[in-house]
Write a protein that binds this ligand. Structure first.
Ligand code: SAM
Length: 335
C-alpha cells in the first residue's frame, strides 16, 4: 500500500527531553544499548545505528524498525516519539535565529500554546525554554485535556499552566494574555499528511481523517478564525501556525486570508522572512494558484510525506513588522 511505502521512508524520530536528561546522557544510553552513532546525519540510519538530526536540536533518528514504543524511557518522560516536522513549530517560534542556536531567545516573554493536547509541541516549547518562563496551554476537549495533563507531568514541565478552555472563548484582552509575546497555534486539521504510525494521529486533533472539499474549506475557516483571534492579542509579536495537512485549503489559502485580514492589518502582522524561518529547509510553500507571492510562499515551510523523511506538514510564522518593514510591505502591495 502506498501509505506504507512512504512510511518506510521516515526514520523513527526520538526527541530527547531536555527537562529530564541531556543529549550526552541519551547518546551514552543508546550506545550502551547496542546502537552506534553514525556521523552521517544525512544518511538513513541502519537498523542498529542512530544519528543526530541536522535541523532540530535534541532530536535523534533511528531506523523505522527500532522498536521504542514499549521503552521505559517513554514512561520516564526521557524521550518523546515525535515526528521531525512536528518539532518545527516550537523551534521556529522560540529559537529562530540560527540552526545552531541552542538556548531560548532573550525576547521571549510569555508563551501561549492555543491548541495543546496531547502536548508534544507544548513539552518541546517547555524544554526549548529551559523549563523556565511561562507557557499557558489551552485545550478545549476535556478528554484530551486529561491526556495533556498526564503528558506534561511525565515530561516534567514546570513552566506550563494547562487550561481546559476554548481559546476562542477567551477575550484577547483577558488578563491571561497579559505580556504574551509568542503564540503557537496548531489547530485541528484533516491530518492528511500523516502516513505512518498511529502515535502521530493523536496530534492531528479530534477530527476524523477524511478530505472532501467541503470539509477542507470548513476546517480552513476554523483555522483562519483561530489565527485572527491570536492576532488580536496586543502584546503578541510572533505566531506560528501549523498543520499536519498537505492541502492548500488548510495551508497556503489560510495564510493568504490571514495576511489579507483586518486583524493582520491592524496589528501589522506579516510573514517572518525566510532567513529566520528554518532557512536551511529547502521545501517551501506554494505560490502557484494560491494567491501568495513567491516571496511570501518562500517564507513558509512544507514537508512532503516520505520524500522529506517526515510526515506531511506545514508551518507559517507571522511576525509583527517594524515600522520600516510595514512601509516596505505597503509599497510592495502598491507596486
Ligand atoms: N499541538 C498538539 C501536539 O503537538 O501534541 C496537537 C494539537 S491538535 C492538532 C489540535 C488540538 O486543539 C486538539 O486537541 C483540539 O481538541 C484542540 N482545539 C481545537 N479547537 C480548540 C480551541 N478553540 N481551543 C482550544 N483547543 C482547541
Amino acid at each position: 500500500e502506498k501509505g506504507d511505502e512512504r512510511a518506510n521512508q521516515i526514520p523513527r524520530y526520538v526527541r530527547v527531553n531536555a527537562n529530564v536528561w541531556t543529549m550526552g546522557e541519551a547518546i551514552a544510553h543508546f550506545e550502551a544499548a547496542g546502537f552506534s552513532l553514525t556521523s552521517l546525519p544525512d544518511a538513513f540510519p541502519e537498523p542498529k545505528q542512530f544519528a543526530i538530526d541536522l535541523h532540530i536540536p535534541d532530536l535523534l533518528l533511528f531506523h523505522p524498525s527500532a522498536s521504542l514504543t514499549s521503552s521505559p524511557l517513554l514512561t520516564e518522560g526521557k524521550i518523546i516519539l515525535q515526528d521531525k516536522a512536528s518539532c518545527f513549530p516550537a523551534y521556529i517560534l522560540i529559537s529562530p535565529v540560527s540552526a545552531d542556536q541552542k538556548s531560548a531567545r532573550a525576547d521571549v516573554g510569555k508563551v501561549v500554546d492555543a491548541t495543546a493536547a496531547p502536548g508534544n509541541k507544548t513539552s518541546a516549547l517547555s524544554a526549548l525554554m529551559g523549563n523556565q518562563g511561562e507557557i499557558t496551554a489551552f485545550e478545549r476537549d476535556p478528554k484530551r485535556f486529561k491526556t495533556l495533563q498526564i503528558m506534561l507531568k511525565k515530561a516534567r514541565c514546570k513552566n506550563v499552566t494547562p487550561l481546559n478552555k476554548d481559546f476562542l472563548s477567551v477575550d484577547p484582552e483577558d488578563d491571561v494574555f497579559e505580556g504574551v509575546t509568542h503564540i503557537l497555534l496548531d489547530p485541528s486539521c484533516s491530518g492528511s499528511g500523516i502516513v505512518n504510525r498511529m502515535d502521530y494521529l493523536l496530534e492531528a486533533g479530534e477530527e476524523e481523517p477524511g478530505v472532501d472539499e467541503a470539509r477542507l474549506l470548513k476546517l480552513g475557516s476554523f483555522q483562519l478564525k483561530m489565527i485572527k483571534h491570536a492576532m488580536k492579542i496586543k502584546s503578541a509579536n510572533r505566531i506560528t501556525y501549523s498543520t499536519c495537512s498537505i492541502h492548500k485549503e488548510e495551508d497556503e489559502y489560510v495564510v493568504r486570508d490571514a495576511l489579507a485580514s483586518e486583524e493582520a492589518a491592524q496589528a501589522g502582522f506579516v510573514l517572518g522572512p525566510r532567513t529566520k524561518v528554518l532557512p536551511s529547509w529547502s521545501r517551501r510553500g506554494l505560490s502557484e494558484g494560491t494567491g501568495l507571492s513567491e516571496d511570501d510562499a518562500n517564507c513558509l515551510i512544507r514537508c512532503t510525506p516520505g520524500e522529506d523523511r517526515t510526515n506531511g506538514f506545514f508551518v507559517a510564522c507571522f511576525v509583527k513588522a517594524t515600522a520600516l518593514e510595514q512601509k516596505q510591505v505597503g509599497k510592495r502591495a502598491r507596486d
